[in-house]
Design a protein. Sequence first.
Length: 139
Amino acid sequence: IYFERIKLVAKGISLNNNTKATESWLARNTVLNLIGNRLFGVAFSYLLGQPVRDTLCGTKALWSQDYRRIANQRTHFGDFDPFGDFDLLFGAARLHLKIRDVPVHYKERVYGSTNISRFRHGLMLLRMTAVAARKLRFI
């Protein structure tokens, strides 16, 4: 399915996804998570000039040559993204790639636990967003 969706968009488009959560997933997540996801979505949509809803979904699809281009300029925003999601999105925007939301339906986690510490990583991601704002919008 993902490859088919990639084929439907023009070369050079980086894909992000759109949160479509089940009720059980929403019930277990805190209000802070939902607020944080929404705020990052609004901030990213403004900074990137393209609609982006779920910045931390973890599923990203892009062409390997575009990934290499993003990786080669990683130090531009600072190499401190703990998960790589912001790095990919900011890098794609800097290279003027189009970003598309692709719906992903979350299911209940059946093993392990989240890797994100809401406050510690949240502050780090806020810092990275501020760096990107300065470099993408307020140069």
